[in-house]
Design a protein around this ligand. Structure first.
Ligand code: ZN
Length: 688
């Protein structure tokens, strides 16, 4: 493994932080933590931690010895000084004199001695850092180290690979006992430059940030070189029918079924992610996977992201959704029963009182398809996919080198049900639409964009379609950053039937399925009915009616496979009830959209599928070109501004008001076949 240390980057960062009043020690701590954090073979998603022992002034200006250690919830790749809370060193070092310290007392002591009460909780491995004397300490769960640390003869191997360079610590759960044991092993051999923790990871230390970092890279390099000498074992491919089906076919068939079954089991919405990775596919499609993947996680931390083991699927029946559902449901039930067993066995063996977590797997290994992850947010699915991709590599290399003997299920249970570990997942209340997938057309601007933003704020993942690519990606990026949800885009003409059908396949490949369709795209066409050309009229029907039907029928197909109900929302128009003069080419298809709304409500109500529409009027959007606007206003004898305020409430109606209407209808679980007006009040256009 290559060192990424750059003296000029280091100096720049130190200088930059100096201006902000951050000391050189802390700046260097940030610098090398980030270097470790950005290499995936070393650190994944909040894994690992670092510390520096330094001096800081308290409120009286008195210099105190402190340890700045990574705070819980911070990612090393993006760490900043606030992510390294300072804890008074002496009082927590004195804890090493105790024989026993409970987790609660440990967390309390760490918080009590913080210099700044607003700091995040210092890492659960703080005491390990504090009990060692070194100024800089780095800890990772590096892939190559885990290959060695999970061998049955790890201690022996460690001597062979690292000589006297690393001490070896047997597996103990993170916390006070591990901190004490590690310090003791170091004190026996004070010349060691780091510690290998069996079944867990690597610590290195040094007097400078660079010394500790260099030792870390050196240890990982030695491990990589050693592992590299053994060729990878060849995997034996499975021979079931799914092996020839093709990834897209399998994902399209499987994902909506999985979403449906998860919803049925948990009452919550889930999103899927297929990680396109040839190695993961080869592993998932191998005979070896049947045993190798069912042993356990490579480091204890991973259990909260991936559960102890993935669900294996070698599908036989993907062509028929009902048969597929039965097949997957059986496999899922077996998994859940086995999880329940694991919970009950460990709970009674330990004589403790815990509440069982949900039993559903987070990682699926599907023959012919590969690695699929499932979570309540897109972010969760990405984290478990990243972790499992590395797990596959670790497991494969471990078996090629010898064996793979990670933590026992009893130790893993302690970790999974450890309150300090569960705290990492956060307990904040889920937004109303978390896990939902919403397809919105005409989403790059106006009502579609306002609706996308509002649904994202509620936690929904978005599939956005628009006919223009102009600024579309910028818009999507902004929503993704702001709301931290999944956002996919597709440039699409909604009148192109085959393109629409393909877009639904893309949607399933991206998120696994759909819950809400907002069929919003449309365009206003004018003309007196006696004069309008058939070509123009048909074109208006294509966009303002048939496109809605194509979209709705495609959404419906997925709703019926998921069996989770579903929501169809149409942007109709007040013209259905109150046509405007010479606006027939627009009013006619829009009137049929109102009929379409009701027809879907009627035909599919018994499946829990709801169909509703919004009649909006006079919203300033691209639909109203300057010319159309002037003409419409003139037709009513008004200026453009008065035209927009010409309603009962005498207030202009905005695209955000229409978005609110769509959201209300999406949430109104007992409303179907309904049309609501968002027009500031227009008695002539009110539904009757
Ligand atoms: Zn660790």
């Amino acid at each position: 493994m290559e060192s990424l240390w750059s003296h000029s980057d280091e100096a720049d960062l130190v200088k930059e932080y100096e201006k902000q009043g951050v000391t050189g020690d802390v700046a260097l701590r940030v610098y090398s933590a980030r270097l470790l954090g950005k290499v995936r073979q070393l650190v994944l998603h909040g894994g690992g931690n670092v510390s520096v022992k330094t001096k800081m002034s308290d409120v009286l200006g008195k210099a105190e010895d402190v340890i700045c250690v990574k705070g819980s919830g911070w990612d090393m790749e993006y760490i900043d000084p606030p992510g390294l809370p300072a804890v008074r060193l002496n009082p927590i070092q004195e804890l090493s004199g105790l024989k026993f310290l409970s987790d609660e007392d440990m967390v309390n002591a760490q918080r009590t001695h913080l210099l700044d009460a607003k700091s995040p909780n210092p890492s659960v491995e703080t005491l390990l850092h504090a009990f060692l004397p070194h100024k800089f300490i780095d800890h990772s769960h590096a892939d190559a180290i885990l290959v060695l640390a999970n061998q049955p003869n790890a201690e022996e191997l460690c001597r062979e690979v690292f000589g006297d360079f690393l001490g070896v610590v047997p597996y103990i759960m993170p916390g006070f006992a591990l901190a004490k044991a590690s310090a003791k092993i170091y004190e026996k051999n004070p010349h060691v430059e780091g510690l290998m923790l069996i079944n867990h990871g690597l610590f290195t230390f040094g007097n400078t940030a660079k010394e500790s970092y260099d030792r870390h890279i050196h240890a990982v390099t030695l491990a990589e070189e050693y592992i590299g000498k053994k060729p990878l074992k060849a995997l034996t491919p499975l021979e079931g029918p799914a092996m020839k089906a093709g990834e897209e076919t399998l994902m399209n068939a499987l994902a909506p079924v999985i979403r449906g079954l998860y919803r049925e089991q948990s009452g919550k919405d889930w999103v899927l992610h297929h990680r396109a990775d040839a190695k993961a596919k080869e592993f998932a499609s191998s005979k070896e996977c049947e045993t190798w993947s069912q042993i356990g996680t490579a480091t204890p931390d991973h259990v909260i992201r991936t559960k102890q083991k993935p669900l294996l699927l070698d599908l036989q029946q993907w062509q028929d959704p009902d048969k597929l559902r039965k097949e997957v449901s059986q496999a899922l039930n077996t998994y859940c029963e086995s999880y329940h067993q694991y919970f009950e066995t460990n709970k009674s063996a330990k004589g403790i009182d815990k509440t069982e977590l949900d039993r559903l797997p987070r990682v699926l290994l599907v023959a012919g398809l590969g690695l699929v992850t499932i979570g309540k947010t897109v972010k969760e699915t990405r984290i478990s996919a990243d972790i499992y991709q590395h797990s596959i590599d670790i497991i494969h290399k471990s078996f090629s080198l010898g064996d793979y003997v990670p933590l026992s299920s009893s130790d893993l249970f302690d970790m999974e049900y450890w309150s300090l570990e569960q705290a990492k997942l956060g307990k904040s209340k889920a937004p109303a639409l978390q896990g939902k997938v919403v397809y919105i057309t005409g989403a790059a601007s106006g009502i579609g964009l306002a609706t996308a933003q509002l649904f994202a704020e509620q936690g929904a993942n978005l599939f956005l379609a628009d006919r223009t690519a102009d600024k579309f990606n910028e818009v999507a990026d902004a929503i993704r950053k702001e709301a931290n949800v999944g956002v996919a885009t597709r440039v699409l003409d909604v009148t192109d039937e085959s393109a629409v059908r393909q877009s639904f396949e893309q949607l399933v490949q991206t998120f696994g399925g759909i819950d809400i369709l907002i069929s919003n795209a449309g365009n206003a066409m004018q003309g007196a009915m006696g004069e309008v050309g058939m070509k123009e009229l048909r074109a208006s029907f294509e966009l303002n009616f048939f496109a809605h039907q194509i979209l709705a029928s495609e959404a419906l197909k997925r709703f019926l496979i998921q069996k989770t109900g579903g929501v169809l929302l149409f942007n109709a128009s007040k013209a259905a009830f109150n046509p405007g003069k010479n606006f027939g080419p627009y009013a006619l298809p829009k009137a049929t959209v109102v009929a379409l709304t009701k027809q879907y409500a009627l035909d599919y109500g018994s499946y829990g599928i709801r169909s509703n529409a919004i009649n909006a009027d006079r919203i300033r959007t691209a639909l109203f070109s300057e010319d159309v606007l002037k003409e419409r206003a003139k037709a009513r004898g008004l200026t453009p501004d008065d035209y927009f305020r010409n309603n009962l409430l005498q207030q202009e109606v905005y695209d955000t008001d229409v978005a609110q209407g769509f959201l209300s209808l999406a949430l109104a679980e007992k409303t179907t076949g309904s049309i609501i007006t968002i027009d500031g009040g227009n008695i002539a256009a009110s539904p009757r």
